[in-house]
Design a protein. Structure first.
Length: 276
């Protein structure tokens, strides 16, 4: 269309139209306008009118499309804002639900030991290379957490202990770790031993109670709890259930393989015992 306006044909057409318009204006002013010049002017101006009409229609169509795109973009922005708000509401709901469940668990734990003080904490990080299930909690020294604090599950089972603590977070070593150590006792037989992690059993989520008597009476199904000896862990914390009893390499004692009551590898919420 633009090329047509630059052609000599268009320029001649415009010149003729201007000339005829001038004649018509002069004749009209003197009362001598006839039908013939009017018809001739109509014939000459018709192509120009078509071009003008086409241009007008094209511009109108482009404007309508532009307006439509603008409206669609505005609607998309509104929908994105609404979706973001809904996602935030879901996150808030999940957080409130988790906190509510934690409060209920805390009430149960406090009922079982009214003298102890607890901090509710959520797992916020895990090291995928830690085969013993160590994790990071969202509570630190500002919340009262400290190194050597015992960590238990929502149902009161021993999970591990705090080994590092900064202002807003802390790291936990679980009972599956070979460096973990706590005094334990078989509740039925009252046989004492040491609760340790083991590289032989950690992959299956198991720990051991070592230093039992060679001719131990401990058997599958017995419950293991803490004794409180050493002052790090409170007495009578639940640990887990004996799966089997095996002789130790020295041949002088036995070990009980324990299935923890709470799996440290999958726990999401715990309690830190700060005082007892």
């Amino acid at each position: 269309m633009k090329d047509f306006f630059d052609t000599w044909k268009f320029k001649i057409l415009v010149a003729v139209a201007v000339f005829l318009v001038g004649i018509m204006a002069y004749a009209g002013a003197n009362g001598r306008l006839t039908a013939a010049p009017q018809e001739l002017l109509g014939v000459v101006l018709m192509p120009l009118q078509k071009v003008t009409s086409a241009l007008s229609g094209g511009i109108g169509s482009v404007w309508e499309k532009y307006t439509s795109i603008d409206e669609v973009m505005e609607q998309n922005e509104q929908l994105e804002a609404e979706n973001a708000e809904l996602r935030q509401q879901i996150v808030d709901y999940d957080r409130i639900k988790a906190e509510n469940e934690a409060y209920k668990a805390l009430a149960r734990i406090q009922d079982s030991n009214t003298e102890a003080s607890y901090i509710s904490a959520f797992v916020i990080g895990r090291d995928p290379l830690d085969e013993f299930g160590g994790f990071t909690l969202d509570c630190g020294t500002v919340n009262g957490a400290a190194v050597n604090d015992a960590v238990i599950s929502d149902k009161g089972y021993l999970i591990g202990m705090v080994v590092e603590a900064d202002t807003t977070s802390c790291k936990v070593m679980t009972i599956l770790h070979p460096s973990f150590s706590a005094a334990g006792v078989v509740s039925r037989t009252r046989e004492n031993g040491i609760i340790n992690g083991s590289t032989d059993y950690a992959g299956d989520g198991l720990c051991v109670l070592t230093n039992l008597e060679r001719a131990t009476e401990t058997k599958m199904g017995d419950q293991v709890i803490t004794t409180g000896l050493g002052g790090v862990f409170p007495a009578n914390l639940l640990v887990g259930t004996v799966q089997e009893v095996v002789p130790e390499q020295s041949g002088k004692s036995s070990s009980a393989v324990i299935l923890p009551g709470a799996d440290p590898r999958t726990v999401k919420h715990v309690f830190i015992i700060t005082e007892y």
